[in-house]
Every structure is written in structure tokens, then in C-alpha cells.
Design a protein around this ligand. Structure first.
Ligand code: SF4
Ligand code: MG
Length: 386
């Protein structure tokens, strides 16, 4: 099917007092229409910063320093011209801010880990969703005239500068739409519950409401960063069911970010494995689980004895993730210190990675070798270090 999002050579850095943190380093992947693209990695591997980068929500002292993020949006691509337009695609990195705003909501939206801190506690759930509906309507009618009042909260910051200051006002139409979105995401008695405040919702119900809010602009892509991590196991499964329904019924693509390989196995069509700010391997679920090339992927997958374990810990390989402050980053394979297969060339420069394609690829010199052979060779080495 068609591509919806093409990320090319994305780098996001934070300029801190301690130095430059390379949180996302030369990341490339493609998300197709209607698919779930999973990004899996340990905490601190750059998954969340990747998510924020996709939505242009990285805040100072961080910023995208390199790369392109192309969304398919024929309407916007038709309206504008410039180096940020290529066919039906527009590059949000180079897009003027005024145009970029009009993509938030209709093109992409985000679901965060903790619903409790992602909604404004002082505004009813229905009103917050109705506002999101209202904002989308006005933003698409007139992308320049608007401003946020819920800044600091999830959707507020997503839509920063796109909300009309309408405290206390939502149209009947927007309210009805909010109630119907709440029904869609499985909130019982939605018409009544819409009048409640976030603290009156359970964690699972509030996460459903977050999904409803994220759907207000009918986005082509939902970015979900650890959407079930803060929830208990049975509720986690229900939220995953809901995301599956959303994906199937609306043909929404989802970038699903998680440390949980069980969630990946259940949900993802294709997967990117992140390590130390890089995607080190990318492919279909089967490529990554059964035919992995990169020793990190291998460690990750083999560290989970039972994929049905609801929350398997990622604790794949001895040793520490390298400091993302490391000045030598980009000059060698970042995994070399922990890699049972490390060779001299790995310390001289990192392996190449096919950024343009979306076939199975690994950022590892072993990818050049006959895979079956390398796997046979590495098994013993692996047991030795493990
Ligand atoms: Fe190991 Fe070398 Fe592959 Fe890096 S490039 S993962 S050090 S074999
Ligand atoms: Mg995170």
C-alpha cells in the first residue's frame, strides 16, 4: 500500500550545559497507509524524542538538527510550493510554521503515556474533546487566526497556537461530536460522562478519552508513545483492542512506541528497533523476531522467553547503553562495546544503512554477510557473553 510518512536521516539533539545529547541519530523509516509501525527499544534509546520529532514538538534546548519528515498530504502539497513539497508529500521540518500548524490534527495526532497529566484537570472531558473538534474545524478554515488556551497539556501543546481563545464556549455541534467520539472509543453513558472532569475517570477510561481527543481531527496518523504503560494489565489489553479497532475502522496508521515486545508482537506490521538514538534494524514483524541480523535485536528478542508475558522486561545484553553525550558517536558502531560479534571495522566507522528502502535492513556489518552463516557463528559467542 501507499506510503504515508517517510522519515529520512532524522537527527534531534539537545544542547545542554553538559554538552550535546544526540537523542535521535540519523533515523530513517517509512510508515505505510493503514499500518502499525512499532518502535521498540529500552528506555533512553530515543523512542519518545523520535515521537516528539515526528510531531514537531521537541522543545528547547532540543531541536531537530538534520533530516526530513515527509507526510503525505495532497491538499497542503497542492496549495504550496517550495523545497518542502515533493509530489503529494510535505516535509514538516522545512515547512513554514503557519502551514505546519494546519497539519496537526488532520495529518497527525498523539497519544501519550500518562492520561492523568495529559488532560487539563479543570475542564470537563467533553469540553476538552469538543474544543479539539472546534479547533480542527477552525484551523482548517483559517490556519492563521488561532491561539491555544490549554497549552501545557497534551493536545494544547500539540495544537499550540491553533486554538481560538474560546474559554467556556463550544458549539452544540462540537459537543455532539465529542460525545459521539467518546461513544466510539467505548465510554459507557458518554453523554453523561462528557460532563465529568478527568479525575472522575479511571485510568483506562481516561486513556480512551485521550484516544477520542486524538481522533477529533480525523488524523491519518496516530503516534502513541507507551500508550498502555501506565495502565494495569487487563486495561492495557482493552486499550490495545481499541487501537486495533481505530486502525481497522478508520484505516489510521499508527506509530506505536513501546519497550514491550509483547505489545509489538501483537500490534505491529513492521518494526524499527532503536538503540542509543538509532534505528539499528527495521523490517516486518517476522524479519525482526525470526530473521534478525543485528546482535542487539537478537539479544532483545531472546531476552523475552515468553512473548505472551504481558509486560516482559527488556534486559537484553550485559553492559550499558553508551552515553548519548559521547563525542565519538557517529564514528563507530554504538553497540560495539556490548557486541559479541564486534570486528575491527565496527570500531572504525558505523555500518551503512539503506535509508530509502523499507525492506529488512540492519545497521550492522553482519548484514553484508550470509545471514545464516553469521547466525550460526554468533550463537556460541552470544552465550559466552550472556
Ligand atoms: Fe556488532 Fe559490528 Fe554489527 Fe556493531 S556493526 S552490531 S559491533 S557486528
Ligand atoms: Mg519514553
Amino acid at each position: 500500500s501507499d506510503d504515508l510518512l517517510r522519515v529520512r536521516n532524522l537527527s534531534t539533539r539537545f544542547f545542554t550545559e553538559d554538552g550535546q545529547v544526540n537523542a535521535v541519530e540519523d533515523v530513517s523509516f517509512t510508515v505505510r497507509e493503514g499500518e502499525v509501525f512499532g518502535i521498540v527499544g529500552e528506555s533512553g534509546s530515543g523512542k519518545s524524542v523520535t515521537a516528539l520529532s515526528l510531531l514537531d514538538l521537541v522543545e528547547s534546548p532540543g531541536r531537530i538538527t538534520d533530516g526530513e519528515i515527509w507526510y503525505r498530504n495532497p491538499e497542503v502539497a497542492d496549495t504550496y510550493s517550495g523545497e518542502f513539497v515533493d509530489g503529494d508529500f510535505v516535509d514538516v521540518v522545512r515547512l513554514p510554521e503557519s502551514v505546519r500548524r494546519s497539519l496537526r490534527g488532520p495529518s497527525f495526532s498523539m497519544i501519550f503515556q500518562d492520561p492523568m497529566t495529559s488532560m487539563d484537570p479543570s475542564v470537563t472531558v467533553g469540553e476538552q474533546i469538543a474544543e479539539a473538534v472546534e479547533v480542527q474545524r477552525r484551523a482548517s478554515a483559517n490556519p492563521r487566526s488561532t491561539r491555544s488556551r490549554t497549552q501545557g497539556y497534551a493536545l494544547g501543546s500539540l495544537l499550540a497556537d491553533t486554538l481560538v481563545p474560546t474559554r467556556g464556549y463550544v458549539s452544540d455541534e462540537a459537543w455532539d461530536r465529542a460525545v459521539s467520539l467518546l461513544e466510539d472509543v467505548g465510554i459507557p453513558d458518554a453523554a453523561d460522562r462528557a460532563h465529568e472532569y478527568p479525575h472522575e475517570f479511571s485510568g483506562g477510561m481516561l486513556q480512551r478519552a485521550m484516544v477520542a481527543q486524538a481522533l477529533a481531527g480525523e488524523p491519518d496518523l496516530l503516534v502513541a508513545d507507551e500508550p498502555t504503560t501506565a495502565l494495569d494489565v487487563t486495561i492495557q489489553a482493552q486499550i490495545l483492542d481499541l487501537l486495533e479497532d481505530v486502525q481497522a475502522e478508520r484505516d489510521t496508521s499508527i506509530v506505536l512506541i513501546t519497550h514491550n515486545l509483547g505489545v509489538i508482537a501483537r500490534m505491529a506490521d513492521r518494526v524499527g528497533v532503536m538503540y542509543a538514538g538509532e534505528i539499528v534494524e527495521r523490517g516486518t514483524l517476522a524479519d525482526v523476531f525470526d530473521d534478525h541480523v543485528h546482535p542487539y535485536t537478537r539479544g532483545l528478542v531472546e531476552s523475552v522467553p515468553d512473548i505472551d508475558d504481558p509486560d516482559p522486561r527488556l534486559d537484553p545484553i550485559e553492559g550499558n547503553v553508551p552515553s548519548l553525550l559521547d563525542e565519538e558517536m557517529g564514528q563507530r558502531c554504538y553497540f560495539a562495546d556490548r557486541c559479541p560479534k564486534a570486528m575491527e571495522e565496527c570500531l572504525e566507522k558505523p555500518a551503512e544503512f539503506d535509508v530509502g528502502g523499507d525492506e529488512h535492513a540492519a545497521k550492522c556489518y553482519l548484514a553484508d554477510h550470509e545471514y545464516a552463516e553469521s547466525r550460526a557463528l554468533s550463537a556460541d559467542h552470544f552465550e559466552e557473553v550472556a
